[in-house]
Design a protein around this ligand. Structure first.
Ligand code: SAH
Ligand code: SF4
Length: 361
C-alpha cells in the first residue's frame, strides 16, 4: 500500500477524484495530517465515515523508526532512521537562537563518489521515495515536540544529508512541493534548499519545476582540481555548470549559495581563492566555506583556520558574502552526507565519531 506522505495536495486530489470523492477532501486530509498531527484516518472527524475506512484501506501512514538518536549539548539532534530492513539514513536537527534547520537525506548512498565524502564511499543503493523524504521531517517534528519542546521549530530544510537530490528529481521536487504547501509544512521557498554537486539538466528544471533555493557544491574553481575531488565534473564541467547557474539566476533572480569544503593543500591555496573570487565576483553568489569533516578511511585533512580565514578575506575583497560553517552544532551540517546506508558496525562508528565532533561540550 502506498504511503500518504507520497502525495502532494494536487496528486492526492487526483487520487480522491479517481476514487469517486470530491477534490476538497484532499485539503481536509492534509490539514489533519500536517496541521493537527493526526495520522489515524478514523479520527478525521470532518470526513464521512465511509471515506475514513476507505482511506485506511488505501494508504499507510507509518513513520520510520529511529535506530539511534543523539542529542548534543547545544541541542543538535541526529537520528538514524530505518528506511527498510537493511538501510537507514541520517537526519539532523540544528537549532539556532530563533530558527532551526533540518538536514535531510534524498538517497541511500550516492553514486557520485566525491573524494572527501563517506556517503560516496558506499556507492549508490537506491533513491528515497517522496514519502521517505517527507517522513524524515514528520518524524523529526513529532520527536522534537517530545524531547525539545522549547527549542525553535523547524524553519529551514536543507537537502544536505545522504545522496544527490538532483539524481532523484521527481521524488525530491514533489517533497519540496509538500514542504512549501500551506496545508502541509508551509515553509518559505527561501528556506528550503536543494544542494547539488552539479547535475546540469536538473538545475535547468529547478528554474521551472521546483521553488527551492539552490546550493552548488563547487569545491574548486578549476577543472583540474574539481575533476579529482568531484568526479561528476568530468561529465558536467565547470563552464557548463556555471552557465546553468547563470540561467537559473536569470530565470529566478535568486542568489546561489556555493559550498566549498576546505581541504588542506588541495583547494585552499591563495591561487584557489583567487580563481573562485574571479569566477563568482560578478555573479549573484554567496559562499559557504565548510571545514572538512574527517572521514576515518580517507587520507585528507581540513585546512587550518588561518587558511580558511585568508580564503574568506580574499573572497570578501571581491565583494562576495562568505560564511564559514561553524564547528559546533552547525558542524554536524558538514557531516551531512557522510553516512553509509547500510547499518553496519562501521556505520555506527562514523555516526558516533561525527556526533562527538559536533558536540559543543
Ligand atoms: N549530494 C549533495 C548533497 C549532500 S552532501 C551535494 O554534494 O551537494 C551535502 C554537503 O556536504 C555538500 O556540500 C558536500 O560537499 C558536503 N560534504 C560531504 N562530505 C563532507 C566532508 N567530509 N566534510 C565537509 N563537507 C562534506
Ligand atoms: Fe554524493 Fe554529495 Fe557525497 Fe558527492 S558530496 S558523494 S554528491 S552525497
Amino acid at each position: 500500500m502506498p504511503s500518504i506522505f507520497n502525495y502532494s495536495r494536487s496528486e492526492l486530489g487526483d487520487v480522491l477524484v479517481e476514487l469517486g470523492h470530491q477534490r476538497f477532501r484532499a485539503e481536509q486530509i492534509m490539514r489533519w495530517i500536517y496541521h493537527q498531527d493526526v495520522t489515524d484516518f478514523s479520527a478525521m472527524e470532518n470526513l464521512p465515515k465511509a471515506l475514513r475506512s476507505e482511506l485506511a484501506g488505501q494508504f499507510v501512514t507509518a513513520l520510520p523508526i529511529a535506530q539511534s538518536e543523539h542529542i548534543s549539548g547545544c541541542g543538535t539532534v541526529k537520528w538514524l532512521f530505518s528506511m527498510d530492513s537493511k538501510n537507514a539514513v541520517e537526519t539532523v536537527y540544528i537549532p539556532e537562537s530563533r530558527r532551526a534547520t533540518l538536514c535531510i537525506s534524498s538517497q541511500i548512498g550516492c553514486a557520485l563518489a566525491c573524494q572527501f565524502c563517506a556517503t560516496g564511499l558506499a556507492g549508490f543503493l537506491r533513491n528515497l521515495s517522496t514519502a521517505e523524504i517527507i517522513s524524515q521531517v514528520y518524524a523529526a517534528k513529532e520527536r522534537l515536540a517530545i524531547i525539545a519542546p522549547d527549542q525553535p521549530k523547524i524553519t529551514n530544510i536543507v537537502f544536505m544529508g545522504m545522496g544527490e537530490p538532483l539524481l532523484n528529481v521527481e521524488n525530491v521536487f514533489r517533497a519540496v512541493d509538500i514542504l512549501l504547501d500551506d496545508l502541509a509544512f508551509g515553509l518559505s521557498k527561501y528556506r528550503v534548499t536543494v544542494s547539488t554537486s552539479g547535475i546540469i539538466p536538473a538545475i535547468r528544471r529547478l528554474t521551472t519545476d521546483c521553488k527551492a533555493a539552490l546550493a552548488i557544491s563547487i569545491h574548486a574553481a578549476d577543472n583540474d582540481v574539481r575533476d579529482q575531488i568531484v568526479p561528476i565534473n568530468r561529465k558536467h564541467p565547470l563552464k557548463k555548470l556555471i552557465e546553468a547557474c547563470d540561467a537559473y539566476t536569470q530565470a529566478t533572480n535568486r542568489p546561489i549559495t556555493y559550498e566549498y569544503v576546505m581541504l588542506k593543500d588541495i583547494n585552499d591555496r591563495p591561487q584557489d581563492a583567487n580563481k573562485l573570487a574571479k569566477l563568482l565576483a560578478s555573479r549573484k553568489a554567496k559562499v559557504n566555506l565548510i571545514p572538512y569533516n574527517p572521514v576515518p578511511e580517507l587520507a585528507l585533512a581540513s585546512s587550518s583556520s588561518e587558511r580558511i580565514e585568508a580564503f574568506k578575506r580574499r573572497l570578501n575583497q571581491s565583494g562576495i558574502v562568505t560564511t564559514v560553517r561553524k564547528t559546533r552544532g552547525d558542524d554536524i551540517n558538514a557531516a551531512c552526507g557522510q553516512l553509509f546506508g547500510q547499518v553496519t558496525e562501521r556505520n555506527k562508528r562514523i555516526d558516533t565519531y561525527q556526533f562527538h565532533r559536533a558536540d559543543c561540550a
